[in-house]
Design a protein around this ligand. Structure first.
Ligand code: SR1
Ligand code: MG
Length: 401
């Protein structure tokens, strides 16, 4: 079938035509629930049996802007292949793909509708004690097994080819690493923080560090990244986590994915200024978020290093001292990328609800100023970061200013 964007009813007809999903004559409901920046997402359910699937279809443009921003539908192939690979390594943490249609740029997958988007949960003040272990395992396993440490050299190079994702990478190159640091038309920030934003545009040492991080993003094919692992790409309950939406997947620096997770916890930390009225509750929730930041890194690193010792295929991996220097560089990358991911969400296109839902403009501006200061301090201070408490110390110091 030639490409066309499906309606709710056409999505139902489509899944009915697939073998093994629903019985013939099944009565299905369909709702388009996509609230992300790019795609159509149909929630399809059979009320008689409770059986449900998600149909996700890429639109040939960026939904957040409209048809004036054309965008490759090949991102649907990237996403379905990344989901399949990630599902292989951490089956409980990634939705299962049932079917992929290249022409329609459409994936039929497990419906995890009993989970909620983690960003929403954090905004509501929910706590997720299992999150660090879950996301730490997701990161450690997906990144290790697709890197030169865990993959056969031929397989790794073939995967690099499969995941050449130029248009989606260009979005990140522009929206995370370039536009927010100059007076670009894509920027979209609260006018009340113009002074702080202009200070960033004029901060040469900061822009140099961001340029170095961007250069590594452009050139360092370390592992198959999720590529957009913010808290809106994580579905969660008290006991279960599913990482979704890897359409930005490509081979890049490992710290970019870990940094994305930490950045989004810290954006919520900054947002507490306007999200939580009670100062005691706010401090307590912020402490919870900082502990979570530390635990995410600690879980990741302990599982990654364990895999390194037990499973590393690359012979040089066992040279004395290598894993320690690798991990040190990794946490410094993580801090730097977390900083960029924070700054872009405040200054650039595509903000986050943790800040944007703060109704009072002045309170929102205060939260945004804090986020900018944290992002900047992480980027400029990353060369002194050695362990996870160095990251949270930076955040505490900036908050106390
Ligand atoms: C035009 S897409 C804007 C942003 O949405 C995605 O979630 C990525 O983060 C991208 O930068
Ligand atoms: Mg997304």
């Amino acid at each position: 079938m030639a490409y066309r964007a499906l309606t709710e009813q056409e999505a139902v007809e489509y899944v009915k035509g697939l073998p093994g999903l629903f019985t013939e004559g099944a009565e299905l409901t369909s709702r388009e629930i996509g609230d992300g920046n790019l795609n159509l997402v149909f929630d399809i359910q059979e009320s008689a049996t409770g059986k449900k699937v998600i149909v996700k279809q890429a639109l040939p443009f960026a939904r957040v802007v409209g048809e004036s921003w054309p965008l490759t539908i090949d991102r649907a192939r990237i996403e379905s292949e990344a989901l399949r690979i990630q599902h292989k390594y951490v089956p409980d943490l990634v939705p299962e793909v049932y079917h992929f249609d290249q022409e329609l740029a459409l994936t039929v997958m497990e419906n995890v509708g009993d989970h909620i988007i983690m960003r929403k949960g954090l905004i509501e003040g929910k706590r997720y004690p299992l999150f660090p272990k879950q996301i730490g395992r997701f990161l450690a396993h997906t990144l290790f097994y697709t890197s030169d440490l865990g993959a056969h050299p031929y397989d790794k190079k073939a995967l690099v080819g499969t995941f050449i994702n130029p248009e989606l990478c260009k979005i990140t190159e522009d929206l995370v690493f370039t536009d927010p640091y100059e007076n670009a038309p894509t920027n979209d920030f609260n006018p009340l923080i113009r002074r702080e934003v202009e200070a960033i545009w004029n901060n040469k040492p900061l822009k140099l560090e961001i340029a170095k991080l961007k250069y590594d993003f452009l050139t360092r094919a370390e592992a198959l990244l999720h590529g957009d692992l913010h808290t809106g790409s994580i579905f969660i309950t008290e006991t279960s986590l599913k990482a979704i939406d890897p359409e930005f997947a490509y081979y890049g620096p490992i710290g970019f994915d870990i940094g994305a997770v930490i950045a989004n916890l810290l954006l919520n930390y900054a947002g507490q200024h306007g999200l939580q009225e009670d100062p005691g509750e706010r401090d307590s929730y912020r402490e919870y978020l900082l502990e979570t930041v530390e635990d995410v890194w600690n879980e990741f690193v302990s599982q990654f290093v364990q895999l390194w010792h037990k499973q590393a295929k690359e012979r040089s991996a066992h040279v004395e001292g290598l894993w320690q220097s690798y991990v040190k560089r990794l946490i410094q990358d993580t801090a730097g990328y977390a900083g960029c991911k924070i700054l872009r969400r405040v200054i650039g296109l595509a903000g986050v609800a943790d800040l944007n839902t703060i109704a009072d403009d002045e309170k929102r501006a205060e939260a945004e100023r804090l986020a900018l200061a944290i992002g900047e301090a992480l980027i400029l201070g990353r060369s002194n970061v050695d362990e996870s408490t160095d990251i949270t110390d930076i955040v505490r110091q900036v908050t106390a200013r």
